[in-house]
Design a protein around this ligand. Structure first.
Ligand code: UD1
Ligand code: CA
Length: 453
């Protein structure tokens, strides 16, 4: 769309019911603050600038809102006098003159860009105000949309509604689009003569109509306009988001055995023909290529999993884990900032941190890269086709050449050249018959103590 648009994002609510030390809009769903979800939607609806109306944590909110290339400025609403008053906190931005002004809520994160775009299209077609409405069987608390044919004549707030009006199940989401050239004049006419004594943004409907303006409604599904007042509603938003994204992934060719137990982040990328087993949690920054399998109970963030690799069960991949094609990271293994070469295996009870492992190398059970000296992190490099015996400690910085062999139980502190065999453990000794002698002594001691009692 070639029209310019300012989004005014209302986020000055006092968040009391969240019982939180931080602003409500900073709380995450899908590992991303609510405000970032809203910004992502407005960006996708072609919005270039946003005015955030905040009551607290302005800096953090602005930072979290830096999504999708939208230019963001914040406005402080020090007194919370209603939604109409809140929009006017951004007066300076609105006065700059945009074709469209879009009002969204910082705590309504599931709004789809298509809905916002549809509202802007109605403006382009000549409407002065476009209200985003929804139908619900539980309208209590919402403003009701009073219609005359296809035109909206008023929004009645719950408190001010008659019993008859309260039966209406056609409600105001709170989101709307306003003719940019007329917005300021309309907003400034809003008063606070109502039961709550607040400046209701919703009064703009009757004000615009009194001036001969056209007001219409764009309908959104109820799930898209759900808000968040407390942690239970936050969890409900999370569930709704997760259900939608799991569904989209499955439809795109990803298999999930128990989708309700798989938790995705906002940016999780999974290619078709990947299998995700039950109880897998994704943090941000994960991409998985086709043919990979993530076994049950794995926790994965900041990781790249290449084609045909397998992960888990019970694996933890932390930021910087980079699994090559066909590689394996098995049970009770943790990988952090580690590159696992093509076809390499890290199958059991291992920690790989700040390391590079070459193609086809086998890392035995219980191997630990000792990457941290208490102050600094150090790197471990292991070549291709190497074999690290079980229960070895690789004390970084250290490097192990191609096709080298590390004996089990070694503590490796010096570099190992290609093709070499390294032992870093005490040599085994055999004392014939010594076990018998030790046992006889122990039994004799026990008998002597018993005799003394
Ligand atoms: C508002 C609408 C109502 C709609 C409902 C949808 C008005 C008068 N009513 O009601 O028709 O059905 O939303 O949820 O607009 N905010 C500020 N500053 C303020 C007041 C509010 O930033 O001074 C922000 C809040 O943080 C919130 C949003 O605006 O994000 C809505 O405020 P809220 O008090 O929840 O509005 P409702 O009374 O529920
Ligand atoms: Ca509300």
């Amino acid at each position: 769309m070639s029209r310019s648009c300012l989004a005014v994002i209302l986020a000055a609510g006092d968040s009391t019911r969240m019982k939180s030390s931080m602003s409500k809009v900073l709380h995450p769903i899908a590992s991303r603050p609510l405000i970032a979800h809203v910004m992502d939607a407005v960006a996708r609806a072609g919005v270039g600038s946003a005015a955030l109306v905040v009551g607290r944590d302005a800096e953090q909110v602005a930072k979290a809102a830096a999504v999708g290339g939208v230019a963001v400025e914040t406005f402080l609403q020090t007194q919370r006098l209603g939604t109409g008053h809140a929009v006017l906190a951004a007066r300076e931005a609105i006065a700059r003159g945009y074709d469209d002004v879009l009002v969204a809520y910082g705590d309504v994160p599931l709004i789809a860009p298509e809905t916002l775009t549809a509202a802007r299209e109605r403006l382009a077609e000549g409407a002065d105000v476009v209200v985003i409405g929804f139908r619900t069987q539980t309208p209590t608390g919402y403003g009701r949309l009073l219609m005359q044919g296809r035109e909206l004549i008023a929004i009645r707030e719950e408190k001010d509604a008659t019993d008859e009006e309260r039966k209406v199940e056609w409600c105001n989401s709170g989101l709307m689009a306003i003719h940019g050239g007329k917005a300021l004049a309309l907003l400034e006419k809003i008063g606070n003569q109502n039961l709550k004594g607040e400046y209701y943004l919703t009064d703009i409907v009757e004000i615009a109509r009194a001036e001969g303006g056209k007001v219409v409604v764009v309908e959104a599904p109820e799930r898209e306009v759900a808000g968040c007042n407390n942690r239970a509603e936050l969890a409900a938003l999370e569930m709704s988001w997760q259900q939608r994204r799991r569904h989209d992934l499955m439809v795109s060719g990803v298999s999930m055995i128990a989708p309700d137990t798989v938790f995705l982040a906002h940016d999780t990328q999974i290619a078709p023909d990947v299998l995700i087993e039950p109880n897998v949690v994704f943090g941000p920054g994960v991409s998985i290529e086709s043919g990979a399998v993530v076994h049950a109970f794995s926790h994965i963030e900041g990781a790249r999993i290449s084609a045909g690799a397998t992960v888990g069960p019970f694996a933890r991949l932390r930021p910087g884990a980079d699994l090559g094609a066909g590689s394996k990271v098995g049970n009770f293994c943790e990988i952090k900032n580690g590159k696992i070469g093509e076809g390499a295996k890290v199958n059991h009870l291992t920690y790989i941190g700040d390391a590079t492992i070459g193609a086809r190398t086998n890392i035995g059970a219980g191997t630990i890269t000792c990457n941290y000296d208490g102050v600094n992190k150090h790197e471990t490099r292991i070549g291709e086709d190497a074999f690290i015996g079980s229960n070895s400690s690789l004390v970084a910085p250290v490097s192990i050449g191609d096709s080298a062999y590390i004996a089990s139980g070694s503590v490796i502190t010096d570099d190992v050249p290609a093709e070499a065999l390294a032992f870093g453990r005490a040599r085994q000794e055999i004392k014939p018959e010594r076990a018998k002698l030790i046992r006889e002594r122990a039994l004799a001691l026990k008998a002597a103590r018993k005799a003394q009692r």
